[in-house]
Write a protein that binds this ligand. Structure first.
Ligand code: FAD
Ligand code: SF4
Ligand code: SF4
Length: 663
């Protein structure tokens, strides 16, 4: 396909905005009588940057119209198929007949509609939720999957384990109940598990620079996925015999079956990522040997692999275990012998998972004891409900004082009353009343308090640590103090979630790509995820939220069968139709934020490169009126040659699609 583009010369652009005004007039972007001067749509905006230090400052200005991307995000996101690339010119066009403005009602607030839907804005990885939900409503499951996989390599995993902050924020919740976004995603992802037909993302031309990743958890594997897509050879080093991190050895199989995880990891290896298991950083390789082996960048995503210590008497007795060890042994099929009466100490998700796992492994009587009162427990609400459904006794407000020994092994635990968990500033500072004691007999105790990371490899390799003992990395770039080493996921951010680890891996991949290309890491443009506040929708499908099928508690006994089931296609399509379409799907997928929303016509619109002019041999209006001749139009490849012949350097960080920014 031919691709027309524009060469924008920063030496010439003076930021005068003549082109912006001419463009508005030519495309009749506002009604002079009624337009609010602060809210006039535009097809191009002037951007600027200042470089250097006073008094040697330089200021550059340039225009940002639609970039007519080779692989337009907006095109992939539109459920109506209203956006297409013209084969003759490569211009991206919106078909006004097909555009439904994401079901905009007449008089929609253009400002609100142009913001991100709450679901997309609150998803840590900013999946285009509105886009894929509406594709599902129309039965376009392949398109929906591709849209999801642009941002998330683990949709089938997330469809099962994500804590779905998108649903908390979903505007439909204000009317009745949120859209069952995660269950919709799970259905879409489950259609793609067949190795014969599954979607493997396209890989760009191979690059020479090699990247090493330590840790095959969601952060490390996501980073590998995005770098592999860019064409980098990536090797992942994992200390365990299996890949997946906590997805494989933490989250139990009744919530995330192994074959689901393996299928999604398989896509990453099919993309050429080399995952080497049983290789530990610190023992088998070091930061220095990886450098010597010729890796150009390293991403450390080693997670938090140890359970913190309680520092109470008897903690080392036989019969006292950590939840991570028990969950890992259960996942790897190692024998777990705990006896009939088990006490789990802790109030987080790992504690609940350990309790439900040992119940399935045969423990008759499982109690979960924690410092927090019920409303303070860090475990997610749905996990606590699972525990209650399966007759796990939850005892709140007790802290362990000592593990009781009998015949050289654990016989019970003595607790004291916890009177407060947090101090006045909300910091963790438990206070006890040691006059009020409770003793409980136990065959085994499982300690499941805060998770901590291993530090030795970091200290030996010169990676700085935070005061909390985690790896230090710049919050924006994830670069550590060693310029070629990046770090992310739980090892940097503390215990988070799979989707936050995915977001971190994606952020690291973007930084590493910039690093190896020699670009300024901090100059990356950040998307504005301001959330639509008001949904202008009186008419909507008032159906109730779908009930997600689950195994009855008695069906879960003694097995690791999946607790929640996948919806049927009919259920998914009906549920997806409940979406209120808070924003516009295309706008949420445009990395340059150049789409506009026309409230009166109820459609989105944008620069079409003055298609009528350029296809009749004329210049687009902006280039025609430019006072300094800063804009040259032509075939993108020829423009590159012209830039070279004129001795102009291409500014890589601005030239991310079809237009060339040169200086
Ligand atoms: C029991 C449990 C249940 C959870 N349930 C959920 C849930 O339902 N939903 C959810 O969203 N989140 C859940 N989480 C949290 C989620 O799993 C984590 O936040 C996420 O996995 C963190 O990803 P990560 O890639 O940073 O680290 P990890 O998943 O921990 O992966 C790190 C990997 O690095 C490897 N590694 C560590 N050190 C080295 C080394 N020196 N050399 C080589 N490899 C190394 C580890 O073996 C591991 O495979 C749960 C966590 C636990 C512990
Ligand atoms: S109603 Fe639809 S677009 Fe709005 S937040 Fe919910 S899922 Fe997203
Ligand atoms: S609207 Fe945005 S995503 Fe679509 S082609 Fe233009 S710049 Fe690219």
């Amino acid at each position: 396909m031919k691709q027309i583009g524009m060469m924008i010369d920063l030496n010439r652009c003076i930021g005068c905005r003549t082109c912006v005004v001419a463009c508005r007039n030519y495309h009749e972007l506002f009604d002079h009588q009624t337009a609010d001067p602060d809210n006039i749509p535009y097809y191009l905006r002037v951007e600027s940057r200042v470089q250097g230090a006073f008094p040697d400052l330089t200021m550059d200005t340039w225009i940002r119209p639609c970039q007519h991307c080779p692989e337009p995000g907006c095109l992939d996101a539109c459920p109506e198929g209203a956006i297409a690339k013209d084969l003759e010119t490569g211009v991206v066009q919106i078909d006004e007949e097909k555009c439904a403005g994401c079901q905009a009602e007449t008089g929609s607030y253009p400002e609100e509609k142009a913001k991100s839907a709450p679901c997309t804005a609150t998803c840590p990885a900013h999946l285009n939720v509105q886009g894929y939900v509406n594709m599902a409503a129309l039965g376009q499951f392949d398109e929906a999957l591709k849209l999801i996989k642009k941002e998330n390599p683990f949709p089938a995993v997330c469809g099962r384990v994500c804590h779905h902050p998108c649903e908390e924020a979903c505007s439909r919740g204000e009317k009745d109940t949120p859209v069952a976004i995660n269950a919709i995603k799970r259905f879409i992802a489950d259609l793609d598990l067949d190795p014969e037909t599954r979607h493997v993302p396209a890989i760009k031309a191979a690059k020479d620079q090699r990247v090493a990743v330590v840790g095959a958890g969601p952060a490390g594997l996501t980073c590998a996925y995005f770098l592999a897509r860019e064409g980098y050879p990536v090797t992942v080093f994992e200390q365990l015999p299996v890949a997946g991190g906590m997805m494989a050895v933490g989250i139990p199989a009744y919530r995330l079956p192994n074959d689901i995880l393996e299928a999604e990891i398989r896509v990453i290896t099919d993309m050429g990522v080399d995952i080497r298991t049983d290789v530990a950083l610190g023992d088998d390789v070091t930061i220095d040997t990886l450098r010597e082996d010729g890796y150009d960048a390293l991403f450390i995503a080693s997670g938090l692999q140890l359970t913190g210590r309680l520092d109470v008497v008897g903690e080392n007795l036989p019969g006292v275990h950590s939840s991570l060890d028990i969950l890992k042994d259960a996942a790897l099929g190692n024998p777990v012998e705990l006896g009939e009466k088990v006490i789990v100490i802790g109030g987080g998700n790992a504690a609940v998972d350990a309790a439900l796992t040992v119940k399935r492994l045969g423990a008759k009587n499982v109690s979960l004891v924690c410092l927090e009162q019920r409303g303070e427990m860090p475990a997610w609400e749905h996990e606590i409900n699972d525990a209650l459904e399966e007759n796990i006794e939850i005892i709140n407000g007790l802290g362990p004082m000592r593990f009781v020994e009998e015949d050289g092994r654990l016989a019970g635990v003595e607790f004291q009353r916890c009177t407060a968990v947090f101090d006045e500033d909300g910091g963790f500072a438990p206070a006890y009343d040691d006059c009020e004691l409770t003793s409980m007999e136990a065959d085994s105790a499982i300690v499941s308090i805060s998770l901590v990371g291993e530090r030795e490899f970091a200290e030996d390799g010169g990676i700085a640590l935070t005061s909390a003992g985690r790896l230090w990395a710049d919050p924006l770039t994830l670069q550590t103090r060693l310029d070629w080493v990046f770090a992310g996921g739980d090892s940097v951010h503390g215990s988070t979630s799979v989707i936050e680890a995915i977001a971190s891996g994606k952020q690291a991949a973007a930084s590493i790509d910039r690093y190896v290309r020699g670009l300024d890491l901090k100059a990356a443009e950040e998307r504005d995820w301001t959330m639509a506040g008001k949904v202008f929708r009186e008419q909507y499908d008032t159906s109730e939220r779908v009930a997600i099928p689950r195994l009855a508690p008695e069906e879960r006994e003694g097995n690791f069968n999946e607790l929640e089931q996948t919806l049927t296609q009919d259920m998914v399509m009906a549920e997806a139709k409940r979406c209120l379409n808070c924003g516009c799907a295309c706008m949420q997928s445009c990395p340059f934020g150049v789409l506009q929303f026309d409230g009166k016509a109820g459609i989105s619109h944008k620069c079409n490169f003055c298609y009528d002019l350029i296809t009749t041999g004329q210049k687009p209006v902006c280039a025609e009126v430019c006072l300094t001749d800063a804009l040259t139009v032509g075939e993108s490849e020829l423009l590159k040659q012209e830039a070279e012949s004129r001795g102009l350097a291409i500014i890589e960080e601005l030239s991310r699609a079809s237009h060339l920014y040169v200086k």
